[in-house]
Design a protein around this ligand. Structure first.
Ligand code: ADP
Ligand code: MG
Length: 229
C-alpha cells in the first residue's frame, strides 16, 4: 500500500453567511490522509461532517486555507478545472442516493462517463461489468423509483466508482437503509477500500465508524481527535 498523501487540508475554514450571522462550519482544519486509507468521520449533528466531506469532494470551496488533492492545489483551480478533477478522482455516495429519477439504473451508472467524453462502446462494456458485479442484471432498465433502497444505493456506488476514482466519499451511506441492507452496502464499500480506494465515510453510528482503520471525531467545526485502530 502506498503511503503518499492523497489529501492535505491546511488551515481550512468554511464560513456560511446566514442573514446577518456568520456560521463557522469548519475551523482551522488540518488533515492529511494517505492513499488507500479507510477513514470514518463522526460527531454530533451540525459539527461540520457534511461540510468537510463536500469540501473534500470539491462540491464546496474553503473560505480560507488550502486543499491539496494528489499534490494538486485545488483551491486555485477554476470551477471547470475543479469539475474535471472531481470527475477523474472522486466518487460520492449520499444518504438519499441522488440518482437521476428519469434515467434507468444503467443510464445512471453511465452518466459520469458521458460527462467525461468516454466513447459509447467503452461505456457499454464498463456499465455491463458494474451491472454484473453489483447484482443488478435484472434491474438495469428500471428507474430509481422502481428499485429498493439497497438496489438504489448499489446503483449509486456503481455510478460513484465507474470512473475508477482514487477517493470515495460516503455521507451516511446506510442512513436510509434497514440494518441488513446497510450491512450489504458497507460490505461493498469496504471491498472497494480493500482494492485500494481511499474511503472516507461520515456516520453517526459508532459501530460502523469503528470499522474504519482511522476515526476522526468532529465537534463544533473542529477535529477533536483522530485515532487509528
Ligand atoms: P453535520 O453534517 O455534521 O450535521 P453540517 O456540515 O451539515 O453538519 O453543518 C455544519 C454547520 O454549518 C451547521 O451549523 C449548519 O447549520 C451550517 N451549514 C451547513 N451548510 C450550510 C449552508 N449551506 N448555509 C448555511 N449554513 C450551513
Ligand atoms: Mg451531515
Amino acid at each position: 500500500m502506498s503511503t503518499a498523501a492523497v489529501i492535505q487540508l491546511s488551515q481550512v475554514n468554511r464560513i456560511f453567511q446566514v442573514g446577518e450571522q456568520q456560521v463557522s462550519a469548519l475551523r482551522d482544519i488540518n488533515l492529511t490522509l494517505n492513499a488507500g486509507e479507510y477513514v470514518s468521520i463522526m460527531g454530533p449533528s451540525g459539527s461540520g461532517k457534511s461540510t468537510l466531506l463536500n469540501m473534500l469532494g470539491l462540491l464546496d470551496r474553503p473560505s480560507s486555507g488550502t486543499y491539496l488533492l494528489d499534490g494538486v492545489n485545488t483551491t486555485t483551480l477554476n470551477d471547470e478545472q475543479q469539475a474535471r478533477v472531481r470527475r477523474e478522482k472522486i466518487g460520492f455516495v449520499f444518504q438519499s442516493f441522488h440518482l437521476v429519477p428519469r434515467l434507468s439504473a444503467a443510464s445512471n451508472i453511465e452518466l459520469p462517463m458521458i460527462l467525461a467524453g468516454i466513447p459509447a462502446e467503452q461505456r457499454k462494456l464498463r456499465v455491463d461489468e458494474l451491472i454484473g458485479s453489483y447484482g443488478l442484471r435484472d434491474r438495469a432498465d428500471h428507474r430509481p423509483d422502481q428499485l429498493s433502497g439497497g438496489q438504489r444505493q448499489r446503483v449509486a456506488i456503481a455510478r460513484a466508482t465507474v470512473m475508477h476514482p482514487a477517493v470515495l466519499l460516503a455521507d451516511e451511506p446506510t442512513g436510509n437503509l434497514d440494518q441488513t441492507t446497510g450491512k450489504e452496502v458497507m460490505a461493498l464499500l469496504e471491498r472497494l477500500a480493500e482494492q485500494g480506494v481511499t474511503l472516507i465515510m461520515v456516520t453517526h453510528d459508532p459501530k460502523l465508524g469503528q470499522r474504519a482503520s482511522r476515526q476522526i471525531q468532529m465537534v463544533d467545526g473542529q477535529i477533536l481527535a483522530s485515532t487509528e485502530t
